[in-house]
Design a binder for this molecule. Structure first.
Ligand code: MLT
Length: 411
């Protein structure tokens, strides 16, 4: 019989969001009359911006004409999109990023996992706790960890706890770690990092020859102008960081699929025998071999995000979801529930009322309020006793969910 990848058997039963969906579906089947409101997975609900739709309709027409038809595109993405990203997302903020350092993809989740292809198996790896589970699970699948313990921690990973005590920003270790995953604005806690905090990480990484895998999928939700949107706003980051970005949350592309990864050409790693190698070349080779690029139609849709209309329409979407976040924060706070995040991120991180465990609160909320959220412990051991509420839903659903929760759980 063919051998399997045994590492998959180390994974906890299911990926967090399918497990939530399983519980919600079971409840919905048993209670068909329940009007369930889903504030669990961070999936957008509002329609695609008009500018993106118009651009995609035009792109479909292009595909219907022999003169403008496109076959395989560049694996790295079309230059007209990469140029706009480089100018508007990076150079306009003073980041020295060139279009050739941008790789268009079909999602940040995929990129966060795929990036491990270009790294060795013997790196020490740090994640925050709680953390977006993809960083952990993809390392388990790749054989970079030991077994899981009762708390859900995998042997071999370095867990950096984040909590209200440290403002949900990890203390920088005083020992060497090779790969560090950082996510700001943070999923799940909604916390942000100042320039000073990121500068300390960059200094650490440069001192130790580490690489920061920086997930900025939620940067568009930053409201505070003093906060950095990109790790490349930080001096020295070109030598120690890779950044992941996405059109999923700012432009509503969760179902359309478009994202990108920035790999600076100055970023280097080491071979087993100590030779220095540019990571850009490895990622370019990986993408050219295992990926055929994002469809022309979708890339035209993403390009429209950078048009004047696209910019104002995506800004309106962000403002809409951030108003939802404000409503969630304010109503829960008024009901005496402790909340964090939600000011520069579409996630509100809630201390579970009455000392309930994360999953107990999940079940109670589902059963008594018919509202779905995400149990904090699903993001790591240190998330126990917390609960994530997503601001991605209609205004009516958010208001109704808050009414139901505050009536039941007022403390
Ligand atoms: C989440 O809810 O954490 C996100 O939807 C996950 C993702 O973007 O993959």
């Amino acid at each position: 019989m063919a051998r399997i990848n045994d590492n998959y058997l180390k994974l906890k039963a299911g990926y967090l969001f399918p497990e939530i969906a399983r519980r919600v579906n079971a409840f919905a089947q048993a209670n068909p009359e329940a009007k369930i409101i889903r504030l669990g997975i961070g999936d957008v609900t509002e329609p695609l911006p008009q500018a993106c739709r118009d651009a995609m309709v035009q792109a479909i027409e292009d595909m219907g004409d022999r003169g403008s038809f496109k076959g395989y595109g560049p694996e790295q993405g079309y230059e007209w999109l990469r140029e706009k990203i480089a100018q508007q997302d990076f150079q306009s903020r003073g980041c020295e990023i060139d279009a050739s350092e941008i790789f268009i993809s079909d999602g940040s989740k995929c990129d966060c996992g795929n990036i491990l292809d270009i790294f060795g198996d013997d790196n020490s790896i740090a994640v925050t706790d709680p953390v977006y589970p993809v960083y952990v699970d993809t390392n388990v699948m790749a054989g970079h960890t030991g077994e899981v313990n009762d708390k859900g921690e995998y042997g071999g990973l370095v867990y950096l706890p984040i909590s209200a005590d440290n403002g949900f920003t990890a203390e920088i270790p005083n020992y060497k770690v090779d790969l560090i995953y950082l996510c700001f604005p943070n999923n799940p806690t909604g916390a942000t990092a100042t320039k000073e905090h990121l500068q300390a990480w960059v200094n650490y990484a440069r001192t130790h020859g580490s690489i920061i895998l920086f997930d900025a999928a939620y940067e568009a939700f930053i409201q505070d102008p003093s906060l950095p949107h990109s790790i490349f706003e930080i001096e020295g980051a070109r030598d120690c960081a890779i950044e992941f970005r996405s059109f999923s949350k700012n432009a509503g592309f969760t179902g359309t699929r478009c994202a990108f990864t920035v790999v600076p050409k100055s970023l280097k790693g080491q071979t087993k025998d100590g030779q220095t190698v540019e990571l850009w070349g490895l990622w370019n080779r990986r993408q050219s071999t295992k990926f055929n690029g994002v469809s022309y139609i979708v890339q035209r849709g993403a390009e429209a995000v950078y048009s004047p209309e696209g910019r104002s329409q995506t800004q309106a979407l962000i403002s809409f979801y951030m108003e939802n976040a404000r409503i969630i924060r304010e109503q829960l706070t008024a009901a005496g529930i402790q909340v964090y995040g939600g000011e520069n991120a579409p996630y509100v991180w809630v201390k579970t009322p009455n000392g309930l465990s994360s999953w107990d609160f999940f079940d109670k909320l589902l059963q008594t309020c018919n509202v779905v959220g995400t149990p904090g412990s699903g993001f790591g051991a240190a998330g126990e006793g917390y609960f994530r509420i997503s601001a991605f839903n209609s205004r009516a659903n958010v208001e109704e969910a808050m009414k139901r929760i505050t009536e039941k759980f007022k403390v």
